[in-house]
Design a protein around this ligand. Structure first.
Ligand code: SF4
Length: 324
């Protein structure tokens, strides 16, 4: 399954830990080990990204395409002042002089909402809070005014009050600069509130992709459907039970030749155990890969059969019918 991101838009990539979200981002950023085999193609503004890598392009990653990682301490050098680290990016990629780069670093810290930027440029990462460190990383990522920013769980390492501020900041910077963004998150609620399109990954594959509205109103893949059901809703009574997804994702070392979600799927039928479902709607605005899509006659029939039998073709016990 493919995805396209238009200028100024935000794509959310969601899925559980180990579903392949970060590997996808690293493949885009050319950060996978040389031994990694990449199946497929990445085109950026018409250019083949792997061809750029092969040509040794030094000023593409970090300039036109850049990334913010989950933990700011993995991106920051602990023995260098924050301002120097931002200035270094500007000097290396844009050829700024030392003084101009430090001035620009201070301005960037101000733009990302760091208080007292003139003082913070001279501080080391350990002297800042987690939220401020992540802002420094965002400032570094924005230094060269990228066309695309990939944010990999940018708020995982900060507390919940800082999370919203950082996501709001990224959102407003994106809109101000006309920058495109890929937001990688395990939080479907975050994707719903901020992304134009969402791609859902499971076991190393995109299993559904569409506009955010369609994904939440007319999800087709049972995994997406289960994720949507597991989000708490404000109108639910406080004692309402959420619907967890049973089981665990499969090991990807030796993936089975069947639907990878089958052991956990309430819709699973015999054909799900015999082949990997092909993608439906290829090239259209809504793509999904499932033999018995949820919220369709095919899916409803499969679910009704499993509920009547009390068990799916993959052996998952179904004790009650869940309603939306
Ligand atoms: S219905 Fe079948 S193909 Fe679709 S997700 Fe479930 S197991 Fe996979």
């Amino acid at each position: 399954m493919t995805f396209t991101l238009e200028q100024g838009e935000m794509l959310g990539i969601v899925g559980e830990s180990g579903s392949g979200k970060s590997v996808t981002a690293k493949a885009l950023m050319n950060l996978l080990p040389r031994t990694a085999e990449i199946d497929g193609r990445v085109r950026f503004d018409g250019e083949d990204v792997r061809a750029l890598a092969a040509a040794g392009s030094r000023h593409f990653w970090g300039v036109r395409m850049t990334m913010v990682f989950q933990d700011p301490m993995t991106s920051l050098n602990p023995v260098k002042k924050c301002g120097e680290q931002i200035a270094e990016t500007l000097r290396y990629h844009l050829g700024h002089g030392r003084v101009a780069a430090m001035k620009a670093a201070t301005d960037l810290l101000e733009q990302v909402g760091v208080p007292e930027p003139g003082r913070r440029v001279n501080q080391y990462p350990h002297q800042l809070s987690g939220g401020l460190r992540q802002r420094v990383v965002i400032a570094m990522a924005l230094a060269c005014e990228p066309d695309l920013l990939i944010a990999d769980e940018p708020t995982t390492a900060v507390d919940v009050t800082v999370q919203k501020r950082i996501l709001d900041l990224l959102d407003s910077l994106r809109k101000e600069r006309g920058m495109s963004m890929i937001l990688i998150t395990h939080d479907l609620g975050v994707a719903r509130g901020r992304c134009d399109d969402v791609a859902v990954m499971y076991a190393g594959r995109i299993v559904e992709r569409s506009s955010t509205e369609t994904l939440f109103d007319r999800s087709r893949h049972p995994y997406t459907d289960a994720l949507v059901r597991s989000i708490p809703r404000i109108e639910q009574p406080s004692h309402a039970r959420l619907d967890p997804i049973p089981g665990r994702p499969p090991e990807l070392i030796d993936p089975p030749v069947q639907c990878a979600f089958a052991p956990r799927c309430r819709y699973a039928q015999a054909d799900c155990l015999e082949s990997v479902p092909p993608t439906e709607g290829v090239g259209e605005s809504h793509e999904f890969a499932c033999h018995h899509p949820a919220n369709t006659p095919r899916g409803r029939e499969a679910l009704a059969n499993n509920v009547a039998a009390g068990v799916t073709a993959a052996g998952l016990q179904i004790s009650y019918r869940k309603t939306r």
